[in-house]
Design a protein around this ligand. Structure first.
Ligand code: CMC
Length: 425
C-alpha cells in the first residue's frame, strides 16, 4: 500500500476507505478528503475549520506553536525590523523582495494611483455623520468596482498587477476620507511628495491652513503596524475574500467582503475593544477584579487582546510591537493611567496559571491599540488601519486563487438537524 495514504474504518460495517496525504513544504500534512463524500456517502464535520485546510497557498506560513510567521519565506521580525510596508506589499504581490529601483518604481506608482474618483465624495456625502468609518470604507471599496468594471480585463500578469496595485494605493485615501467624513472634517488630498505611510498620517491629521508635524518614530510605528498586519494565511477575512474570489466576483467586491469580516470584534475589531476595555477598567486598582471576571467560568467577560486561535505560545507580531510601543512611549514621553492599567494586566496575565495553562498571551491587538492611541488615531479607525495593512495580503490571496487552474466555488455542506416532513399531506 502507498505509504502516503490514510485508512479510515467505518466501525458500523467494517468498511475501510483510503485517502491521500499531501505534504507541505513545512508544517502539517493534509488528508485529501475531496473524494470523501463520493466514497463514503458522508460529509466531514469541522465547525470553525479548526482542522481543515481550505486551499494550497505559497504566500504566508504560520507555526502557532513556535510563534513563527513568514511572508513568502521571510520571517516577520526581519520584515518588520529591516524592511518597510511597501517592501512587504511588493513581496506579497510579486513573490520576491524588490530591488532598490523596483521599490522606487512601486512607490511612485502607489503615489500616482492614490487619488480616487471625485464621485466617491458624493457617495460619502450620503452617509450620516455618525457612520462608522469601517462601514464607509467598505462601501467606498465596493464602489471602486463601479469605476473599474466596464473595461475590466484581468488575464495577463500586467492586468493582475494593475488591479492589485490600484487597490493597495487607493485604500489609504478612502480610509482617511472615511475618517474625515465621519467627523465632518475637510478632505485632504494625497501629497505626491510623501511616502505611503507618511501620506496616510498626513491625510488623517492635516488641516488646509496648518502645517502638520509627523515625527519619524510615528511614521515608523504605523509602518510597522501595517507590515505586521499584511497577511495572516486563511483567517476569517481572507477566507471571505477567497470565497468571493471563487465565485469570480469583482476583486474589489471581494476586498469589501474582507472588510466586513474584519470588522467583527473577534477579528480586526479587537484592538478597538482593547482600548474600550482598558477605559472601562479605568484604574490599576480595578485590574484584579477584571482578571477574576476573565477567569470566572460563569462570566462571559474576556480579556481583550489575549489569546489567539493559532498562536498558543506567543504572537510574534506582539513581540515586535511591544518594542515599538516602548520606543514610542519613551520618545513621545507618553504616560497615562491607561498605559499603567495595560502594563498591570500584562504582568498579571503572563504569570497567572489560568492564562499560562490555556496559552493565552497578549496578541498583536493588545499593543497596537495603545500605539495607535499614542499616534492620535481615534478608536473607530483602528480596524481601518488593519484594513490598510491587510489589503496587499487579501489581493495577493485573491490573485493566487483566481490564477490557479480548475477553480472550485467555495460551497461547504452541513449536518442538517432541523425538522422534516412537516408539510400537511
Ligand atoms: N480571556 C479569558 N479567557 C479566554 C480568553 C480571553 N481573552 N480567550 C480564550 N479564553 C479561554 C476560554 O474561555 C477557554 O477556556 P476553557 O478551556 O476553560 O473553556 C479557553 O481559553 C480557550 O478559548 P477558545 O475560545 O476555545 O479559543 P479560540 O482559539 O477559539 O479563540 C480568540 C481565540 C482570539 C477568539 C479568543 O482567545 C478571544 O476571544 N480573545 C479575545 C479577543 C481578541 O483579542 N481577539 C484578537 C485575536 S488576534 C487578531 C487576529 O489575528 O485576527
Amino acid at each position: 500500500m502507498d505509504k502516503n495514504t490514510i485508512t479510515i474504518t467505518d466501525n458500523r460495517d467494517g468498511k475501510t476507505y483510503n485517502f491521500d496525504i499531501l505534504d507541505a513544504t513545512v508544517g502539517p500534512s493534509v488528508v485529501d478528503i475531496s473524494t470523501f463524500y463520493k466514497k463514503t456517502g458522508m460529509f466531514t464535520y469541522d465547525e470553525g475549520y479548526t482542522s481543515t485546510a481550505s486551499c494550497q497557498s505559497k504566500i504566508t506560513y504560520i507555526d502557532g506553536g513556535a510563534g513563527k510567521l513568514m511572508y513568502r519565506g521571510y520571517d516577520i521580525s526581519y520584515m518588520a525590523n529591516e524592511k518597510t510596508f511597501l517592501d512587504t506589499a511588493y513581496l506579497l504581490l510579486n513573490g520576491e523582495l524588490p530591488s532598490k529601483e523596483k521599490l522606487e518604481k512601486f512607490s511612485l506608482e502607489m503615489k500616482k494611483r492614490s487619488y480616487v474618483h471625485e464621485g466617491i465624495k458624493k457617495l460619502y456625502d450620503s452617509f450620516p455623520d455618525y457612520a462608522h468609518p469601517m462601514a464607509i470604507l467598505s462601501a467606498g471599496v465596493s464602489a471602486l468596482s463601479t469605476y473599474y468594471f466596464k473595461h475590466l480585463k484581468i488575464n495577463t500578469p500586467e492586468e493582475y498587477k494593475e488591479m492589485a496595485n490600484r487597490i493597495v494605493a487607493k485604500v489609504p485615501t478612502l480610509a482617511a476620507m472615511s475618517y474625515r467624513y465621519s467627523n465632518g472634517l475637510p478632505i485632504i488630498y494625497p501629497d505626491i511628495n510623501k511616502g505611503f505611510t507618511e501620506n496616510f498620517l498626513y491625510m488623517m491629521r492635516a488641516y488646509p491652513h496648518e502645517y502638520v508635524e509627523l515625527k519619524p518614530i510615528e511614521i515608523k510605528a504605523l509602518d510597522t503596524i501595517f507590515t505586521l498586519h499584511a497577511d495572516h494565511e486563511q483567517n476569517a477575512s481572507t477566507t471571505a475574500v477567497r470565497n468571493l474570489a471563487s465565485t469570480m466576483a469583482h476583486p474589489y467586491a471581494a476586498i469589501s467582503a474582507g472588510i466586513g469580516a474584519l470588522w467583527g470584534r473577534s477579528h480586526g475589531g479587537a484592538n478597538e475593544s482593547v482600548i474600550r476595555q482598558l477605559e472601562m477598567i479605568a484604574s490599576v486598582d480595578n485590574v484584579d477584579e477584571y482578571i477574576a471576571k476573565a477567569k470566572d467560568k460563569n462570566d462571559s467577560f474576556r480579556l481583550m487582546g489575549f489569546g489567539h486561535r493559532v498562536y498558543k505560545n506567543f504572537d510574534p507580531r506582539a513581540t515586535v510591537l511591544k518594542n515599538i510601543r516602548n520606543e514610542l512611549m519613551d520618545e513621545l514621553g507618553i504616560s497615562s493611567e491607561l498605559v499603567e492599567v495595560a502594563e498591570k494586566i500584562e504582568k498579571i496575565a503572563l504569570s497567572d496559571e489560568y492564562f499560562i495553562k490555556r496559552g493565552l498571551y497578549p496578541n498583536i491587538d493588545f499593543y497596537s491599540g495603545l500605539i495607535l492611541q499614542a499616534l492620535k488615531i481615534p478608536k473607530e479607525m483602528f480596524a481601518v488601519i488593519f484594513v490598510i495593512g491587510r489589503t496587499p495580503g487579501w489581493i495577493a490571496q485573491w490573485s493566487e486563487l483566481t490564477q490557479q487552474k480548475n477553480i472550485k466555488i467555495a460551497r461547504p455542506r452541513q449536518l442538517y438537524t432541523g425538522p422534516i416532513d412537516r408539510t400537511p399531506k
